[in-house]
Ligand binder design. Structure first.
Ligand SMILES: NC(=O)c1ccc[n+]([C@@H]2O[C@H](COP(=O)([O-])OP(=O)(O)OC[C@H]3O[C@@H](n4cnc5c(N)ncnc54)[C@H](O)[C@@H]3O)[C@@H](O)[C@H]2O)c1
Ligand SMILES: O=P(O)(O)OC[C@H](O)CO
Length: 336
């Protein structure tokens, strides 16, 4: 019998912990890196992470440490799950500690501000590891549902399909069904842009605009995601898969989505400051709406919903004004 794969997960937030459970259930030996000692202690002694996944009993083969070197040692796979905007600084610190042949896997759904890099690009840039050792896990995967072992499918993407297959085997459980992909660009853009569209749908829900508005935003949101993807060399079909439509539907329908909830609060009339104050976890779209809009402008791609989210979230434009402007844009064919 081959020995279990060793997995390091940085860090012990909602998704890092929930995905650590998936890996442990799939038979991996898992070490989570936690930023705070009390989180590591609660995981090791109480088999729980009360700050991020209250009420969830964690498996025995999942342990935690605050020592990044201990977490990284000998890992076949190193999973990265921190806020996208801190990834570069975090990884610069962890790079000297990484196991020599480890596959680096992004669990994150964001685009870096300033550079407009996707997370796999940031990983390659900081570690100098080749694309064939950098992978992505994405799809409709709300952490709380996964932690309750509710069924979900996902995509594991790497330009090297053999690596994607190894990763698939490492995280396949009776409730978590990963499919392989080689379109890393499309998978990452699907994940990052759905957070922005999730904010837009949340705003519409908060304003009480109804389900036709929701269906319209999801569909047109997917259209602008695909336009950006095509400009960046992604396969357009990726956006009708789990990383595109699948994740968009889960995010835009669920009260568990932090991005959707953030938008709903804004749509109900909370100020940005009030909304930030009641948001305890990472809502990536709040920052990534700016980097996605920047990326689109650099490539001459029109993303009106994304631009509208930037206007509301960062420019203080009232949602009713933004809605009027979005609806009165010049008429055009659906496909072009
Ligand atoms: N939660 C989900 O349902 C889910 C599902 C799929 C993907 N994701 C993605 O996973 C990534 C992480 O999200 P999350 O939900 O786990 O967020 P979270 O807010 O629950 O956890 C963030 C983690 O990052 C750590 N952290 C925060 N600032 C840090 C810093 N400066 N340096 C080091 N560590 C820091 C926190 O201690 C915490 O452990 C995001 O990109 C998100 O889009 C989340
Ligand atoms: O809670 P959100 O909005 O970050 O969404 C979580 C996952 O990305 C859904 O797949």
């Amino acid at each position: 019998m081959s020995k279990p794969a060793k997995a390091a997960v940085f860090s012990a937030g909602s998704w890092g912990t929930a995905f650590g459970m998936v890996l442990a259930d799939a038979g991996c030996e898992v070490t989570l890196w936690a930023r705070r000692a009390e989180v590591a202690e609660a995981i090791n002694s109480g088999r729980t992470n009360p700050d991020y996944l209250p009420g969830v009993e964690l498996p025995e083969n999942l342990r935690a440490t605050t020592d990044p070197a201990e977490a990284a040692a000998g890992a076949d796979f190193t999973f990265l799950s921190v806020p996208s905007q801190t990834m570069r600084a975090n990884l610069a610190e962890w790079t000297p500690l990484l196991a020599p042949e480890t596959v680096l896997v992004s669990l994150m759904k964001g685009v870096e501000l300033g550079t407009t890099m996707r997370m796999s690009e940031v990983i390659e840039d900081v570690t100098k590891v080749g694309v064939d050792r950098v992978a992505v896990v994405t799809g409709p995967n709300l952490a709380r549902e996964i932690a309750a072992r509710m069924p979900a499918a996902a995509v594991v993407a790497c330009t090297d399909e053999t690596v994607a297959r190894r990763l698939q085997a490492a995280c396949h459980t009776p409730y978590f069904r990963p499919y392989t992909e080689t379109d890393v660009v499309g998978c990452e853009l699907g994940g990052a842009v759905k957070n922005v569209i999730g904010l837009a749908v949340g705003i519409a829900d908060g304003m009480g605009l109804g389900d036709n508005a929701k269906g319209s935003l999801i569909t047109r949101g997917l259209a602008e995601t695909a336009r950006l993807g095509i400009a960046l060399g992604a396969d357009p079909l990726t956006f009708s898969g789990l990383a595109g439509l699948g994740d968009l539907v889960a995010t835009c329908s669920s009260p568990l989505s932090r991005n959707h909830t953030f938008g709903t609060n804004l749509g109900k009339g909370m100020t940005l400051e009030e909304t930030i104050a009641v948001t305890r976890q990472t809502a990536e779209g709040v920052k990534s709406c700016e980097s996605v809009a920047d990326l689109a402008r650099r490539h001459g791609v029109e993303m009106p919903i994304t631009e509208t989210v930037v206007d509301i979230v960062h420019e203080g434009k009232p949602p009713v004004v933004a809605l009027k402007e979005l609806m009165s844009r010049s008429a055009k064919p659906e496909r072009r």
